[in-house]
Design a protein around this ligand. Structure first.
Ligand SMILES: NC(=O)c1ccc[n+]([C@@H]2O[C@H](COP(=O)([O-])OP(=O)(O)OC[C@H]3O[C@@H](n4cnc5c(N)ncnc54)[C@H](OP(=O)(O)O)[C@@H]3O)[C@@H](O)[C@H]2O)c1
Length: 343
């Protein structure tokens, strides 16, 4: 990974004879992880679907194996003989709650079961869950791993169910769960929308919407995943991951605009308008069969005031120390979007 800082590369997975399976390897975070593992000398097997777009892993010295998390029988060959499983496959946008559930919850259970049946040497199963599984903070502070989970969207509920199903096997499987906050960086299509608005000199904000937010650069996230793989932990541990800052939406817009060297003007969107957009989007999504960026569930997430998580546990037990400031991460991301003509 071109942008992964050397500091992060000097830690983490050290045994070069390791073999890892990465599910969701063709995706945004998965492809960055694959590159970082290869740089550490780990042999990588990528689990992808026959329909997956392989642009980011094409040409890399990896083994490609086809499988679908919804079909347990397709997962055996992927998990066989690997030392580490990084489970990143997931539905981040789907047309309905059922799809989220099938991929994120049952899909995770299928992979866990496949490991139990076909792999006796597994050293760690790392499940990339999400802050959405825990839900927003309710008391004004930062959410901790020990806090009650109250996801507000079908996505968050499916990720939480995936956690629960995996945790039910934590006595048999060396499991570790990571819950990153919203992740941004090169190849990401979710934050791209915000950059596109800023190019048009619009700083979108939802009145009564998110006030406090945690963020994580993909570079820091990959560093944390590598640390998680190489640090001794108890099975079933959960860790929040972010860059540790408490951002306001306005501040994020300003830092991004600065990185892009644009002056933009705030456009306030009342929550009912947001839900209107989501309803129209979902109607067309049903007809076209394609998921939308702003679904009802996403709107529900966007109106929650507090999406802060506490990374003290990751700092203490994993030695995680975020390296990328939002200003630097935004510049890296913007430059990459420009280079790839995404903006
Ligand atoms: N991005 C974030 O802000 C964020 C934050 C917290 C947690 N996460 C979690 O991180 C993971 C990776 O997210 P991402 O942002 O990199 O998303 P992404 O780019 O959409 O990648 C998801 C990958 O999962 C694969 N996948 C989907 N359904 C599958 C199935 N049934 N069987 C096998 N593979 C399947 C996709 O394959 P195709 O290419 O074939 O569709 C894709 O490669 C997800 O589990 C997500 O929940 C993401």
């Amino acid at each position: 990974m071109g942008t992964l800082p050397k500091k992060i590369l000097t830690v983490a997975v050290r045994k070069s004879s390791l073999q890892a399976l990465v599910t969701g390897a063709a995706g945004f975070i998965g492809s960055h992880l694959v590159e970082a593992l290869l740089q550490r000398g780990v042999r990588v097997r990528c689990l992808v679907r026959p329909t997956s777009h392989l642009k980011w892993v094409e040409g890399l010295p990896v083994e490609i194996i086809y499988g679908d998390c919804r079909e347990k029988d397709s997962l055996g060959p992927g998990v066989k003989d690997v030392d580490l499983v990084f489970h990143l496959a997931g539905a981040t946008r789907a047309i309905d709650a059922k799809t989220y559930f099938e991929v994120n919850a049952l899909g995770t259970d299928n992979l866990v079961q496949a490991c139990l049946e076909h792999n006796t040497r597994l050293q760690k199963f790392i499940y990339l869950s999400s802050q959405a599984a825990a839900g927003p903070g309710r008391n004004g502070g930062k959410k901790k791993e020990s806090d009650h989970c109250s996801p507000v969207s079908p996505y968050g509920m499916s990720k939480r169910r995936g956690e629960e199903l995996a945790l039910s096997q934590a006595h048999e499987l060396p499991l570790l769960i990571l819950r990153p906050a919203a992740v941004y960086g090169p190849r990401d299509k979710a934050f791209l929308f915000l950059f596109q608005c800023l190019v048009k000199r619009i700083k979108p904000s939802i009145s009564g919407g998110v006030e406090h937010l945690s963020l994580c650069s993909v570079q820091d996230l990959v560093g944390a995943i590598l640390l998680a793989a190489s640090t001794r932990t108890q099975s079933g541990e959960i860790f929040f991951l972010s860059d540790g800052h408490d951002y306001r939406m306005e501040e994020i817009n300003d830092v991004l605009a600065q990185a892009m060297e644009v002056t933009a003007f705030r456009l306030r969107l009342p929550a009912p308008v947001l839900f209107g957009i989501a309803a129209v989007g979902q109607y067309f999504s049903k007809i076209s069969g394609k998921p939308v960026l702003i679904s009802r569930g996403r709107a529900e997430e966007l109106i929650q005031p507090n999406w802060l998580c506490d990374i003290t546990k990751a700092r203490t037990l994993l030695g995680f120390e975020p390296q990328i400031s939002l200003a630097r991460g935004a510049k890296l991301t913007f430059d990459w979007y420009r280079k790839e003509n995404w903006l």
